[in-house]
Design a protein around this ligand. Sequence first.
Ligand code: BGC
Length: 789
Amino acid sequence: MPVHKVARTYVESLVLPCANSSLLGFALLMGFLAINFSLAEETTLEQRPWLDKSASPDERVSSLLSQMTLEEKVGQLNQSNGISGQATGNTKNLVADSALYQLISKGQIGSILNEVDRAIVNELQRVAVQESRLGIPLIFGRDVIHGFRTIFPIPLGQAATWNPELVTAACRTAAREARSKGIQWTFAPMVDISRDPRWGRIAESFGEDPYLASALSIASVEGYQGDDLSNSDSLAACVKHFAGYGAAEGGRDYNTTMISPSAMRNVYLPPFKAAVDAGVATLMCGFHDVNGIPMSVNKYWLNDVLRGEWDFRGFVVSDWDSIFETIEHGVSKDEQTAALAAARAGVNMEMNSPCYRNHLAELVSNGQLSESTLDDLVKPILRIKFRLGLFDQPYSEPNSERLLLTKNNLELAQKVARQSIILLKNEDGTLPIKKSQIKELAVIGPLADSKRDQLGTWIPDGKEADSQTPLAAIRATAKLHGTEVLFVPGLEDDFDRSTERFAEAVTVAERADLVILIVGERANISGEARSRAILDLPGAQNELISAISEVGKPLVLIVQAGRPLTIGKQVEQVNALLYSLHAGTMAGPALADLLWGVESPSGKTPVTFPKSVGQVPLYYNHVNSGRPPRPYEYEKDKTVDDSINVELGYNSNYIDVGPYPQFPFGFGLSYTAFSYGEVELSAAKLRDGETLAVRAPVTNSGEVAADEIVQLYIRDLVGSLTRPVLELKGFRRVRLAPGETSIVEFALPVSDLAFYNNDEERLIEPGEFEIFVGGSSLAPKVGKIEIVK
Ligand code: BGC
């Protein structure tokens, strides 16, 4: 083999902090190159044949693996937390003094999470690459959940856009920003189906529907990973939390789940399967147990299904300490049994806890775990490192500050936010604001100017200073129209229970021609470990809404929250309602655009909004009962009447609030009206292998251009299992000018009508299916087809 020189680059921490001015940047780049050169280490491909870029990742993995000791193999399976924030000082000393230093230099760590100080990232990487025996680079992971520095709407808000292309663009932007800081791997997307708004992590999810979540799962993976993981703006994605974590009993985070095999296959797994088919690099297993077996040691789902049946070739990382926690679950006696069970189940990398680090080598030495099983755990990790190009370019380059929070990034964030906000009520065309009629505008509410809260949960790298709030954006827009803005928060914050400042708010409302009242949930009461048993607006916000509504001025309510809240009574007290699922950095300008009609609202609920927490779980695609209640009628069912009615008969109901939601799935209004013409179905009878074409004429019958989300649903009338009363099978966002008609076409392959039974058999059963097309899950029936053998 010819001898090549393999250059090692190393970014000296000194050059990093001041790379802003272009002249200085140029000088520093020269310095950077000089340092690279001086630190260049010569390695021959004969010594390290896995550095040969012309070999395939699999060949490179085999040649590297053949050189690794048992300890080095185990080393790759350990992920440790970073050291930023633990101390300050010179980067080199910080790293050299850290406990991690010894581990990395001995090749005992494969990955670091939560390290975003680029100088530290590069110094840790230098230790791995230059000081460990084989020079295997570390992979740096981070929770880049809905943006890195430019914060996009929370994933539930992204789901409300029903716009996969936009979700891809948002993830691409997040990847570009994060990779510029040395991050190579994000722990996203989270695709846990959630039917329970009590669960705080519903904020991080794409909602309740497997079809919508699958489409957005693919969109996210494509966005983060791009065409090639080794691109300088790609991140390896990590689909999580495999699987069924969102079914936590009672909506209590980390709680046990009971999921039938058919529900697992039909409801919880599809978005994971979609991510795997889209080439997701990694997957995280959840903290929870499914039917008694914690996912971190669940051989059936992780090994047999994920690897065996789905042929997943990436790697599985545990959740934080989740292997260790199987001891607390009571299925592992100690760290060693936990390590053995997780390794046998196929968890490649252990996040944070030390079960693998402390016990795997011994388990192999004493024969309890075969070395080939260990090899099978190591290989996918190395393969992803090769695919990310880490062996070829392990370091993060300087001068990347300009990639963060750029004009384009902010414009995109504003667009995503705009499409994510849902108009839930608009009595008598209260919105958009009629410029000429509004001289004085009152803005009231504790979340009108809260920079932190609009960013939502999981923004480790977001900065509240970057947020453009609704108040700031309303002021800026109002100024353009010569409208005066009067602002009074009314409450100190969303938790405030004091009504002391209401009088001031009422006075301002009395003066104004229109009142915008901005309430909601602060950012940190949704997300991980933030389950709520009460879904009302916290503090005295409901009382504030009552006080302001009594003034009698046109009242627009804006709710900023991480989940659906129970706001039925409040809806009745206001004229218009915009629901913003924590919409990120640009939430304010996006809301202003919608308030003044720069754009018509187009978001649709990605999850059912209950009237009362006692109705939960409440979701549109439930199976039918033998005693269903009377059919849902939105106009009749939208008000909350909690008086007890025992005359409802013996059917599946609540005698107080009834069985129907506040807002159904897929629902959202617009400033225009859409009408649907006669829908054509291409066939009345179909066989497996064939595809039904559905053609729906949709007309913008109102006066402004707007987007509609056209939705296709089916109902399988008779099955060998009880079947959902409705299932989403297609959706399309279309933009229509006033008066314009578009024929929206869906291709529905018969294979999409398949479902799994409790023996986990995939069935396409002959019989009749109803077809529904419309702008929400209230879509009318448009026809019927029959599947024949
Ligand atoms: C969460 C994961 C997250 C991990 C690393 C855990 O607590 O469940 O979703 O990726 O922490 O921060």
